[in-house]
Design a protein around this ligand. Sequence first.
Ligand code: HEM
Length: 396
Amino acid sequence: MTSGVAARRYPLGAALTLEQLGADPYGPLARLRETEPVSWVPALGGWLVTRRDLCIDVMRDASLFTVDDQRFSTARVVGPSMLSLDGDEHRRHRDPFASAFLRPESRSRFAELAALEAGRLVEALAPAGRAEIRRDLAGPLAVNVVAGALRLLNAEPVEVLAWYDEIVAAVDRVSAGGEIGSRARAAVSDLGRHVDATIRHGHGVLADATATLAPAEIASNAAVMMFGGIETSEGMTTSLFWHLLINPDQLTSVAADRSLGASAVEESLRLEPAAARVDRYATSDTELAGARINAGDLVIVSLTAANRDPTTFPEPDVFDLSRPNARSHLAFAQGPHACVGIHLARLETLAALDAVLDRWPGITIDAGSTPPSGVIFRKPRSLPVRWDGAPPSAAT
Ligand code: HEM
């Protein structure tokens, strides 16, 4: 299809810009969902799927829409892992982690870890009377919890974060056609050494995985667990506080009845899924809702758009704690690559909410907050808050 033909057939897709997607994409995505639910978007170099049922179809059909493609740069940096494989090999890489992170296993192994880490961070900040939720709480909590859950021997959270930063930067570079770079190589081999030591020590999910995976495979999947667990969880927790703080009546309800916390988490995930999209590549020519997709085309599933599909979620833009089906959101994806960390992430964000409600009474939003933004990972970049006892900041 030439660009002229594509623009005539998909005028809304042709007009969509990265700026719109990064800032406040909901109006353009709603219009696309109505008239071009599978649209060619030149700004993304691929098809954008915005209707919830079609998003599910794509994510469930790994034989037609695969992650196993050279263009996925993560595998080139950390090696093949569950994130970059499909079929039997995908199951072999994923199973040891998936079974360790099932709901009962997550509860018994990680609930205490999440509560301890959240309590410690919140307690340390309490005397100051003010904090910035993303950098002071959500980010450090995400790193500490994933590092603790993997039980990497002798790896401090600060070291885990340094590897993570190097690997993420290398993935970005490789995606843009650049080199992995020596620092990222060093980070990957450092992680590999820690994984080897952990395996020799014989404890935790990484050691258990030796039944089916080689050490190098365990290391690449450990990297992917960090990938999966840091930026997204930081976004998930920050967006939850954002939604509650800009809806103070609902914050009051949650403070009065803590059992509503879980609904708040789901509703926040629905409105702002921390990962806005998942990417697949078509393995053969196919048709989806009238769109003719060629083998090799990039197909982008917009979780952001699917989660506001009015056929499933009436009044989709409203943050509503009593929404009966909020859990039907797709923030954790669906199908064979559905998030392995779902239960851990929920535990972690709820632990942060509980700790804050316990120790920061009268929490309110402070000057300088920014609404959620981002093309791939969405979150408020800054969410300053204060609580009882703190003087208002100079800017308020
Ligand atoms: C402790 C936290 C987390 C861990 C350890 C984790 C880990 C992972 C892993 C390993 C995968 C790859 C699964 C596979 O390919 O088979 C994955 C997928 C995914 N995760 Fe998570 N995750 C965490 C939190 C989150 C959060 C908070 C979100 C968003 C709210 C999220 C959204 C996703 C999505 C959308 C996918 C699908 C990716 C794809 O299909 O391409 N994850 N996660």
